[in-house]
Design a protein around this ligand. Structure first.
Ligand SMILES: NC(=O)c1ccc[n+]([C@@H]2O[C@H](COP(=O)([O-])OP(=O)(O)OC[C@H]3O[C@@H](n4cnc5c(N)ncnc54)[C@H](OP(=O)(O)O)[C@@H]3O)[C@@H](O)[C@H]2O)c1
Length: 248
């Protein structure tokens, strides 16, 4: 990258909630955010296959210099439905928004980046739902687990094929955003602005090619933990930590 040129971050789902805070926080670090989503600079409706293909086509023919400038790809967009599995209405769109469409977009993006030998940093916003089992969230949790393990595995290909690239997978506990239906009381949840600050701070000092961490509530405050993402804890709270349960 040319000296003095600002780094760019593509932020998939940068219009609200955590994504909007990641956009603002990027600017505080003098990183240029470019949003991708329905209400974004690069428009895409992740639930609409044609719209996803149109964006992939745009990336396919995008000017090389524009793509080379992209130092970060933040995979943040997500959809959530709360309720018994057999009554789920958003199965198809949760699979599309949380897994299928971002994978396709990343595939086109990575293909171009590899041809350009232009490494980048993938910031994957997963969830504690990846490892913490909760009733009425099975499809959501499954798609987030896909997102996390996909990213972790992709990091090995980056190390081999696109050296200099990095991956970080973030597992936040509950944040006060519009992700949840009104029936879920989010008043005790974390402030997404604080979480965005933590995510950029951690990503910007990352040395390992692949890293992952939780952001959990400890005595009401967000706290970073790498000590355990363990299946044995799937039905329990991490010792000392509150993972942001829904009180039910
Ligand atoms: N809130 C929490 O407690 C929590 C906890 C752990 C992890 N997370 C994860 O954090 C991420 C951000 O969620 P949030 O809580 O900030 O929720 P949010 O405010 O509802 O934001 C969701 C984002 O996803 C994008 N999106 C949703 N449907 C889309 C579609 N069809 N096409 C394109 N983009 C779409 C939205 O962009 P447009 O509207 O512009 O399309 C929006 O920017 C998600 O991956 C979520 O799983 C959240």
């Amino acid at each position: 990258m040319m000296k003095g040129k600002p780094m760019k971050a593509w932020i998939l789902g940068g219009s609200s909630g955590l994504g909007l805070e990641l956009v603002k926080e990027a600017e505080r670090h003098s990183i240029d955010p470019v949003t991708l989503g329905r209400n974004s600079q690069l428009q895409v409706d992740l639930s609409d296959r044609q719209s996803v293909e149109a964006l992939c086509q745009k990336i396919e023919v995008m000017e090389a210099e524009l793509l080379k400038d992209v130092s970060f790809f933040v995979w943040n967009a997500g959809e959530f439905e709360y309720g018994p599995f057999d009554q789920a209405e958003k199965l198809a769109s949760m699979f599309a928004i949380n897994a299928d469409a971002p994978t396709r977009i990343l595939q086109t993006f990575v293909r171009r980046k590899k041809k350009l030998r232009s490494p980048f940093h993938l910031i994957t916003i997963a969830s504690v739902a990846v490892w913490k089992a909760r009733a009425d969230m099975a499809i959501y949790a499954g798609t987030k687990a896909y997102q996390a393990q996909f990213s972790r595995s992709l990091a090995l290909e980056f190390e081999r094929d696109l050296p200099g690239s990095k991956v970080v997978i973030v597992h936040p506990a509950g944040m006060k955003t519009g992700l949840f239906p009104a029936s879920i009381n989010t008043s005790e949840f974390m402030d997404p602005r604080e979480i965005a600050g933590i995510i950029w701070r951690e990503a910007l000092v990352q040395e390992k090619f692949c890293d992952w961490f939780n952001v959990l509530r400890v005595e009401g405050k967000p706290s970073v933990s790498r000590e355990n993402v363990s299946p044995e804890l799937a039905y329990d709270e991490l010792p000392k930590y509150n993972t942001g349960g829904f009180g039910g």
